[in-house]
Design a binder for this molecule. Structure first.
Ligand code: GUN
Length: 289
């Protein structure tokens, strides 16, 4: 039976560190702030944003929600982003994805100041990440690395297989694992013979967005399996991995819920603190693996 990797515990230890840092700043009269822009009423996005704000409050980070209607114009949304970029009290700007189809996501993400880009999605920050100069890594890959480091799971020389190539998880996860000296294979929806590749993995990171895509036949006994998916199917929460089948052979596996999700949120807070301190000339080392 696999070790169940406890994302909630590791997230809480990140929160403890951040709370200390933020309390120290508050003693000097400084409060950091995250601004979250939510467009429309996508129920999952609204719930994620509430979770991010609750976690921010728990560590002593201010947050501001700018909730815009689904039919907001691109110009009006850009004006909000510009206002947040220019506001000296705002340390991090996050535009919750996905955006409605009427909006040009690339254009909006390019408008966020790279110095406040807590998601690490601006092309400038993506370029820094792929060239070994990251200021922040996207929150989910950074959270996964924190989890692997907490459990002392080595990466150098290991074969990591990433399933999924999204901007949010797959691509930055591949870059981060490369930086950690893993040998990285990236699979996606057009990959042929998926199981032939995933069975080679020492570390399998699954961010495909397909409920229970990965079963027993995809996993080498003794592999470490990280499940980024979260789906509600017939009222039941599940990931991209068939937990009950895979946990019988894996060395370690993340649960859903309670695995990657809390780490993504913790890392968002860490990235906000990191960029806030950096922009204010008060460097600290939170946020950057
Ligand atoms: N939607 C799902 N995950 C994320 C994330 O990490 N950042 C943003 N901005 N939107 C998301």
């Amino acid at each position: 039976m696999a070790t169940v990797l406890d994302g909630k515990r590791v997230a809480e230890s990140i929160h403890v560190q951040l709370r200390q840092t933020l309390q120290g700043l508050q003693a000097q009269g400084l409060t950091l702030k995250l601004a979250v822009v939510l467009v429309g009423d996508h129920p999952a996005s609204a719930s994620y944003v509430r979770g991010k704000q609750r976690a921010a409050a728990r560590v002593g980070l201010d947050s501001e929600l700018i909730h815009l209607p689904a039919d907001v114009s691109e110009e009006a949304l850009l004006a909000v982003v510009e206002r947040l970029n220019a506001d000296p009290a705002v340390d991090g700007v996050l535009v919750q994805l996905p955006l409605p189809d009427s909006l040009d996501e690339q254009r909006i993400l390019r408008a966020v100041s790279p110095d406040k880009d807590v998601d690490g999605f601006h092309p400038y920050n993506v370029g820094l990440a792929w060239t070994g100069q990251a200021r922040v890594w996207p929150c989910t890959p950074a959270g996964i690395l924190a989890l692997l480091q907490d459990y002392k799971i080595p990466l150098a020389g290991k074969h990591a297989v990433v399933v999924g190539r999204s901007r949010i998880v797959g691509k930055p996860m591949a870059a981060l694992l490369l930086q950690e000296n893993a040998t990285v294979t990236v699979c996606h929806s057009q990959t042929r013979n998926l199981a032939d590749l995933t069975r080679q993995a020492d570390l399998l990171v699954v961010a495909a967005g397909v409920p229970r895509l990965i079963g027993l036949e995809h996993v080498r006994p003794g592999a470490v399996v990280i499940d980024v998916g979260i789906h509600r199917v017939d009222g039941q929460l599940m990931g991209d991995v068939d937990f009950s089948a895979v946990s019988a052979v894996a060395a370690a596996i993340t649960p859903v819920p309670g695995g990657v999700g809390p780490l993504t949120v913790a890392q968002l807070l860490a990235n906000t603190v990191h960029l806030g301190l950096r922009r204010r000339g008060l460097e600290a080392d939170e946020g950057c693996p």
